[in-house]
Design a protein around this ligand. Structure first.
Ligand SMILES: Cc1cc2nc3c(=O)[nH]c(=O)nc-3n(C[C@H](O)[C@H](O)[C@H](O)COP(=O)(O)OP(=O)(O)OC[C@H]3O[C@@H](n4cnc5c(N)ncnc54)[C@H](O)[C@@H]3O)c2cc1C
Ligand code: FES
Length: 254
């Protein structure tokens, strides 16, 4: 993990308020699927970096691709970056998905909305992935995913695929898998935890929380865990350092 000034190789708007940003970095070959970057604002008033997942890596170009939604002032500032400009980043951060352990198994990658991006590079590291992706209405990254991988789609308004949420698509299409890797809103992760328990398969969830230091020092991003931590004797884990990926059974998603 290191902090450096990255040069913008490309940036484009890919849907309403959704951007794809490609950055030239020195650590592209160190990235593990499911890790993220802390991206710093150039505005001194916003001291804390914004965590954004790594969506893709190009080892030949030495670049990483981030796909993000404008949520506030930080991400709005990033959306103005143009090729050739620079931005400070720290990374790669977090643990990532357990791709080595499940490489040859049937892995169901479940993404909800802006949780979909880290699953794209994760899928590229697996031999037999299947996607279930859920959108409100407008899609993004869908062509990248469905061109390469078996993909099942849900939209809330029924404009594409199954009408409803991503679990509705999983049930409607009868998708079978050995293990689930998921990233998306907490209600989706909670529902998937229940679903995987009933189906008797393991489920790993990538969690999001507001972050401060991003490296495990400030306890600004803790989530409740089921078991007590052996050192601190509290039922907490740091999403930035211990996660963002957890076995769903280990975290309290209520
Ligand atoms: C590990 C991790 C990976 C992430 N990956 C992505 C990604 O790939 N693409 C993407 O678009 N976003 C991602 N996020 C969320 C992203 O970090 C926030 O949207 C961003 O920090 C908002 O910054 P801002 O200055 O634009 O908005 P702010 O003004 O800081 O906040 C605007 C709104 O967003 C909410 N918000 C802020 N931070 C978070 C957060 N971490 N999680 C949930 N809601 C938040 C605030 O409560 C507020 O309502 C990720 C978050 C984490 C923790
Ligand atoms: S953001 Fe500081 S410990 Fe996670």
């Amino acid at each position: 993990m290191r902090k450096e000034t990255a040069r913008v190789a490309a940036q484009e708007s890919i849907a309403t308020d959704i951007y794809s940003l490609t950055l030239r970095v020195s650590f592209a070959d160190e990235v593990k699927p499911g890790q993220f970057l802390s991206v710093y604002s150039a505005d001194g008033a916003r001291l804390l970096p914004r965590p954004i997942s790594i969506c893709d890596v190009d080892l030949n170009e030495g670049t990483v691709r981030l796909v993000y939604r404008i949520a506030g002032k930080g991400t709005a500032e990033f959306s103005k970056l143009t090729p050739g400009s620079c931005i400070d980043v720290l990374g790669p951060l977090g643990n990532g998905f357990p791709v080595e352990e499940f490489r040859d198994q049937r892995v169901l990658l479940v993404g909800g909305g802006i949780g979909i991006p880290p699953l794209y590079c994760t899928a590229k590291s697996l031999s037999n992935p299947v996607f279930a992706v859920g959108y409100r209405s407008e899609t993004y990254l869908l062509r990248d995913i469905s061109d390469r991988f078996e993909t099942h789609i849900a939209t809330e308004d029924g404009s594409l695929g199954t009408k409803g949420n991503v679990l509705d698509a999983i049930r409607a299409d009868g998708i079978e898998a050995d293990v689930i890797f998921a990233c998306g809103p907490k209600p989706m992760l909670r529902a998937l935890k229940e679903y995987s328990k009933d189906a008797g398969i393991r489920c790993f969830v990538s969690m999001e929380e507001r972050m401060a230091c991003g490296v495990g020092a400030c306890l600004g991003c803790v989530t409740r865990t089921v078991e007590q931590d052996a050192h601190s004797f509290v039922k907490n884990a740091r999403i930035c350092k211990d996660g963002p990926v957890f076995d769903a059974e280990e975290v309290d998603l209520t």
